[in-house]
Design a protein around this ligand. Sequence first.
Ligand code: ADP
Ligand code: MG
Length: 264
Amino acid sequence: MTTAIPSPNLSLAHSKEFILSLEGVNKTFDGFQAISDLNFYVDDGELRVIIGPNGAGKSTMLDIITGRTRPDTGKVEFKRDTDLTRLNEYQINRLGIGRKFQTPSVYIEHTVFENIWLSLEGSRSVWSTLFSRITPAQRERLQAVLTTVGLSDQAEWKAGRLSHGQKQWLEIGMLLAQNPKVLLVDEPAAGMTDEETHKTGELLHSLEGKHSIVVIEHDMTFVRQLARKVTVLHQGHVLCEGSVDEVQNNERVIEVYLGRKKKA
Ligand code: ADP
Ligand code: MG
């Protein structure tokens, strides 16, 4: 009898779950290859950490995913069926891909509560939002976001009063208010105290599973706290992927980091 049951194609079965996939992506700026034959995949609901030396192309990779920068060649897909290279930044954001830049950008003259309210799905202008009535459902949702980011007690504070770390959490809350499927977070712990950094790690862990999260980070203590799959980017290409221990013991990674240190 011939084989009636087709053998499962595991790689194909798995690939269906990728929420983000980049394949063969290249990007050159004035002759400088910032992204080079980049292949990168994120599973639905996973928390992924990206590390790599300065200039490795980490932020450029996020620029490409979010439509801020167009790749020269390669595929960039959301859920394997939406070609992100054909969409603009706004359309990509509306698909549920939210990005947090390194420096917090919150409305310092508005309260913490208002800041999150302003970013709710469907909210448009500052004025129309602040002069409209908040619905009970919206209020409940905003309070849930405030609790998640640990700012319930500061809800009525003007955002300008918040510490640097708290502003970063507020901005993560503003992203969460839009209920994104994918959260891209560029160096959230930069400029934070150790305690704030630790709390940020706990916050990201609490979001895992509900959102797919890509975190770019330098601080290895923080990366260790996150303790998830790490992708090392070098010269716009994936150098290696694995657990924190695996990448820290990888010879090529050691060469890239230590090789640079020796020269410095
Ligand atoms: P990382 O975030 O890993 O430190 P970047 O992605 O910011 O690295 O930068 C990678 C390289 O690409 C750098 O050499 C940077 O100068 C260059 N680059 C990034 N964006 C642009 C741009 N819009 N125009 C020109 N060069 C850029
Ligand atoms: Mg960067």
